[in-house]
Design a protein around this ligand. Structure first.
Ligand code: PLP
Length: 460
């Protein structure tokens, strides 16, 4: 624990937090009797809390963000150097790090050329939605304004992003939502809607999208927004045959394809971007978490030149993208992102994610042999899920209180894993793993050993 140092008065910090901080996604009633957990320091995959307890973090900052791991001094220094020299100017003018990072990023994404900067995943998605709406107004006389999204996908927390949200437990209490968002069915083979499997299911689930398009009217649909691999909805890797058909359908009906890489980007799934597993050519790619691994708040909406050109028209004073985000692209963000990307490249972390992901899946399948509670395991790269069921034949999901208890048991053992949590009604039964891309076999073995114990203790 050489890097760990306690603050002078931990109790004072805990009391200040208890009295004044409203934590995200947390019921605060229990904090009347138990202490909120406060994280103080991190190094690599390890974290220390304010009471000195060491944790191994298998979810990269809780929400799959810190892809290069904690304690990267060179990112901190790059931010400090940049903001000392030039901290901020609104996005109407360029800056050196914003231009440099945009060039580095688009070099990884053949066919995509333009980077629109923002601050969060929700906001990046909102930019794409606004672009689709403006394209509809400018080029289709208001037709093609609808945006399709998929059951079990998530695109963010704002009202517009929730309107495109396929996780009803997240949406509960926040309606009414924005009009013009239409849901298509999920593509989780384990929960196949008609019992078909493999490539047949892949084609069937793409066909279900086409059915919605035909029912709505193709001339009303502007874009299809999908996660390449569904994250919080339960780690859903689309089946064989799905993506080629989805691409074909988009081309057939002139529908823009928006891929939400907020989670899957930056090596998480063993390729630079999740969509690159499937050979598809999106029109928009949005990204956030891994862009700067949480060292700075930065997100990007990356588009093709085809999309960009639709906004160029100096004969029409309303044709440019009339959107602004005060902090979008401000200099510390791209400075951090440049350094983050260099680290991923220098340390070959995309390849490590692929190789260690195979190791993790191997260890999870051993766990599946041992615990009949595990009905399905799925994932790609260092991004994996284990779906828990009461019975493998009926596939009845375990109650979410058991998912939470397993996560809590691991936490007590000093291992932080995730679990689908109040997202998809009835299906908050998947354990989630997404450690920093520097994870070793030894780290992953420790994580799986803790999960093994926790499942045994909680479910027997
Ligand atoms: N898109 C996906 C796939 C996500 O998982 C998330 C957040 O978890 C978001 C968008 C929203 O990102 P943010 O919380 O940065 O707004």
């Amino acid at each position: 624990m050489d890097s760990y140092s306690l603050p002078n008065d931990p109790e004072q910090v805990i009391e200040a937090d208890r009295a004044h901080v409203w934590h995200h996604l947390v019921q605060h009633k229990p904090f009347e009797t138990i202490d909120p957990r406060i994280i103080v320091e991190g190094k690599g995959l390890r974290l220390w809390d304010i009471k000195g307890k060491e944790h191994i973090d298998a979810v990269a900052g809780g929400v799959w963000t810190v892809n290069v791991g904690y304690g990267r001094e060179r990112i901190g220094k790059a931010i400090a150097d940049q903001v000392t020299k030039m901290c901020f100017f609104g996005g109407t003018m360029g800056t050196i790090p914003a231009a440099t990072f945009a060039e580095m990023l688009t070099a990884k994404m053949p066919g995509l050329d333009r980077v629109y900067y923002a601050n969060s995943g929700s906001e990046a998605n909102e930019k794409a939605f606004k672009m689709v709406r403006q394209i509809s107004q400018k080029h289709y006389g208001g037709k093609k304004h609808k945006i399709l999204y998929r059951d079990r996908d998530y695109h963010g927390t704002t009202i517009a992003a929730l309107s495109a949200g396929g996780q009803d437990d997240r949406n509960a209490h926040y309606g009414p939502f924005a009009p013009g968002f239409v849901r298509v069915p999920h593509c989780l083979e384990y929960r196949s809607q008609d019992g078909s499997t493999g490539e047949a299911y892949g084609e069937k689930s793409a066909q279900m999208i086409e059915d919605v398009i035909l029912a709505e009217g193709p001339d009303t649909i502007g874009a299809l927004c999908l996660e390449p691999i569904t994250a919080g909805g339960g780690i859903i890797v689309p089946p064989e045959g799905y993506w080629p058909r989805v691409q074909e359908i988009c081309r057939k009906y002139d529908i823009l394809l928006h891929i939400d890489e907020v989670v899957c980007g930056f090596g998480r799934t063993g390729t630079w971007f999740g969509y690159q597993h499937f050979g598809i050519e999106p029109d928009f790619v949005t990204m956030a978490k891994g862009v700067a691994s949480g060292y700075a708040a930065i997100s990007c909406c990356v588009t093709s030149n085809r999309v960009f050109e639709m906004f160029k028209d100096d004969t029409d004073k309303m044709s440019y993208f009339r959107d602004i985000s005060t902090f979008g692209g401000c200099t510390g963000g791209p400075a951090a992102a440049i350094e983050n990307m260099k680290i991923i490249e220098e340390e070959d972390l995309v390849a490590n994610s692929a190789a260690m992901g195979d190791h993790l899946m191997g260890r999870l399948s051993e766990l599946m042999d041992k615990h009949a509670w595990i009905g399905d395991i799925r994932g790609k790269g260092l991004f994996a899920g284990a779906e828990l069921v009461r019975d493998r034949d009926t596939k009845e999901p375990i109650d979410e209180k058991y998912t939470a208890a397993i996560v809590a048991d691991c936490m007590a053992q000093g291992v932080i894993i995730g679990g689908t949590n109040r997202s998809v009604p009835g299906f908050n039964n998947t354990l989630l793993f997404a450690p920093a891309l520097i994870a070793t076999k030894d780290d992953l073995d420790q994580v799986v050993a803790a999960v093994d114990k926790a499942i045994g203790r909680v479910l027997g």
